[in-house]
Design a protein around this ligand. Sequence first.
Ligand code: AKB
Length: 315
Amino acid sequence: MDKLLVTGAAGQLGTELTQKLCEVYGPDAVLATDINPEAAGKFPYCRFAVLDVLNREQVRQFLKKEKTTQVYHLAATLSATAEQKPLFAWKLNMDSLLQLLELGREFKLDKIFWPSSIAVFGPRSPKKNTSQYAVKEPNTVYGISKLAGERWCEYYYKHFGVDVRSLRYPGLIGYKSPPGGGTTDYAVDIFHQALAGKSFCSYLEKDTRLPMMYMPDAIKATMALMQAPKEKLGVRSSYNLAALSFTPEELYQGILQHVPGFSISYAPDYRQEIAAGWPQSINDRQAREDWHWEPDYDLPAMIENMLEELPKLLE
Ligand code: AKB
């Protein structure tokens, strides 16, 4: 029987992925964990435990007690926060992954999922249709940690047979949980401001184009990757993954069609520099070929669904 452990389960991705894993594997098979005890309230539908992913012994005990077969290791510091706390971000993002890869080897875990990011690319990478193996010289702490993590994932697969699978997520947009500390977070916040009848001030310039994805597509991709037969996976670092690509102004114009009178202003801050080093669009040919990845949502469909679903949760 599959037994799953999710770290960082209360985060933006974890909140929705844990729910999906419970639907697919059954609530008894899933243990949601997070460092924040208050996150327990988010998981009425499955078991929850407090877990500090930097505490190797604690992680070890959980894997042993639970007879865990799969770990979804989502706990991490995102790009904007990482620039504020570089050493802590490096420690959290790297140490927790390396410890888990070692434990994966020790416990012979069936599978590990670990999220990477478009942040592995840097200012020297091609901006458009950036390919899987394009040059990578990330200039953010987050990007450096994700690139190093990818190399370790491939290393542990090749040398120790640890079946770790990974996706380079673009900016994720969802309504069930707020993001925290990312450069792409504006694309979620703008919906909250629009629905609150407020004006939105963007910390990115109006024409800063970034790769993005609606959360249902991110969940679909994660499940497809994790359920794909091992022999189909040609990429053992992390797969490029693409869906949408838009600027703050394009997103604003799309929302304006549904929320008349909504206004935007621009006051770029340090996150503009982070975004400027990232690609504008991604080539995800390998994911499409290896495990038949295809997104469901384009920009208008994402906007429509967000504006339909978010108010229900804000009530
Ligand atoms: C961030 O903005 O840090 C993340 C990411 C693109 O990995 N959303």
